[in-house]
Design a protein around this ligand. Structure first.
Ligand code: GDP
Ligand code: MG
Length: 173
């Protein structure tokens, strides 16, 4: 993250995770306050900006969403290059997506940026779970990630997710 002046911070924020976990839905919920039951996976502007004002500073997020490339389980390094924070999303109804989230996290760790803020997001909290929160929470703790359960559908914890990231960035900047 870069401090453009005393109280303004600009930060690149990338979303990672399996296709269908709700990355685009989380971004659209946050940026536009909208949710769509039938989201076309491969469509979507890949880039959004949103400003969050905290007491101590204003954070301008440059949010990078995938446009379907995650289908191939790989993303170009330029996708996460320069990111201040990464949000790794899994779907609580899919064990596969949780396993895949761990692969994305390992890939990020290999980039070797100790300052990168990473958040593991358990999305679709409005549905019946297959992945235990305790397992994910423990994994997050062991790997130094924040952990939060969200629902892009009900809006549960979506603003909180972005506020938590903003607070971390302000503290670190
Ligand atoms: P992406 O491929 O990770 O970007 O996932 P999308 O945002 O395209 O979402 C995939 C599907 O899951 C869509 O049909 C969404 O409507 C649905 N979805 C996303 N988030 C939630 C959620 O929190 N709860 C429920 N029930 N469905 C969700
Ligand atoms: Mg998407």
């Amino acid at each position: 993250a870069t401090r453009t002046n005393n109280n303004n911070i600009q930060a690149k924020l990338v979303f990672l995770g399996d296709m269908g976990t709700g990355k685009t839905s989380l971004v659209l919920r946050f940026v536009r306050g909208q949710f769509f039951d039938f989201q076309e996976s491969t469509i979507g502007a890949a880039f959004f900006t949103q400003i969050l004002s905290l007491n101590e500073a204003t954070v301008k997020f440059d949010i990078w969403d995938t446009a379907g490339q995650e289908r191939y389980h790989s993303l170009a390094p330029m996708y996460y290059r320069g990111a201040a924070a990464a949000v790794i999303v899994y779907d609580i109804t899919s064990m596969d997506s949780f396993v895949r989230a761990q692969k994305w996290i390992e890939e990020l760790q290999r980039q070797g940026n100790p300052k990168l803020v990473m958040v593991l997001v358990a999305n679709k909290a409005d549905l019946e779970r297959k992945v235990k929160s305790e397992d994910a929470e423990q994994y997050a703790q062991e790997n130094g990630l924040l952990f939060i359960e969200t629902s892009a559908k009900s809006a549960q914890n979506v603003n909180e997710l972005f506020y938590e990231i903003a607070k971390r960035l302000v503290k670190a900047c």
